[in-house]
Design a protein around this ligand. Structure first.
Ligand SMILES: C[S@@+](CC[C@H](N)C(=O)[O-])C[C@H]1O[C@@H](n2cnc3c(N)ncnc32)[C@H](O)[C@@H]1O
Length: 222
């Protein structure tokens, strides 16, 4: 499996500011993650595409004792996560792909936030989801956040996104970003996402969260 998108230079250094600006309610989504996974018996979490460690932060500061493995192929993103969590011995960060993790280890929960829409639906999305399923115990929960929707749905929700963005962003920049979302990223419809997850070995997913083009999904490994 290739790296879907390289997060380097200012894309890496400005990343946290970027998500806060462009993804309305993103921090609310992150804040509820530990609650969503609170029924997990073994608190052993795999964070796929952990980037700068936004999701990990919510787990290390919660009341539960999680053991967390974050994996990401971007050295520059991971460098920020490594700095943040250097004093936590329950956090392991691995620069690379899921296929490079310990082949015998299985996790009881996983997150995949803002990663899948960078993968083309030409086998690459399915490959990534299968790779994740392979690393989980049966019954493990997967939480996802992704740009989701059929073309027209994305178009309409992109208009809503525009309304929800903070004041003062240059309009040209907004249009450029929306054009990229519509034409360069690889969102699929809700039905297709559900199909892909089920083909990869997960249950039919539940859409439990939405903020404009971004949808939050919950599913379990069969
Ligand atoms: C938009 S960032 C999301 C980071 C983090 N999940 C968050 O919500 O803040 C996407 C991340 O996916 C990573 N990525 C790209 N290809 C990947 C792959 N094949 N497996 C895992 N992560 C990948 C990128 O390096 C980048 O850090």
């Amino acid at each position: 499996m290739k790296k879907a998108e390289l997060f380097e230079n200012e894309r890496a250094t400005d990343y946290n500011q970027f998500v806060e600006t462009w993804i309305p309610n993103y921090h609310n989504f992150l804040d509820i993650l530990p609650k969503l996974l609170s029924e997990t018996v073994q608190r052993d979490l795999l964070v796929v595409g952990c980037g700068t460690g936004n999701e990990i932060e919510r787990f290390v500061n919660g009341s539960e004792n999680w053991t967390i493995t974050g994996v990401d192929p971007s050295l520059e993103m991971l460098k920020q996560a490594k700095e943040k969590f250097q004093h936590y011995d329950n956090v392991t960060l691995i620069e690379g792909l899921i296929s490079e993790l310990d082949s015998k280890k299985r996790y009881s929960a996983a997150t995949l936030l803002l990663v899948l829409h960078f993968f083309e639906d030409n086998g690459n999305k399915l490959y990534l989801l299968k790779d994740i399923a392979d690393k989980l115990v049966s019954g493990a929960t997967l939480v996802m956040l992704d740009i989701t929707g059929a073309k027209n749905q994305i178009k309409q929700n992109a208009k809503v996104l525009k309304l929800l963005l903070p004041d003062g962003i240059d309009e040209k920049l907004v249009d450029k970003r929306i054009d990229r979302i519509e034409n360069e990223l690889f969102a699929v419809s809700e039905e297709r996402l559900s199909e892909l997850l089920q083909q990869a070995g997960f249950e039919k997913p539940l859409r439990f969260f939405q903020t404009s083009i971004y949808m939050g999904w919950l599913t379990k490994k069969k």
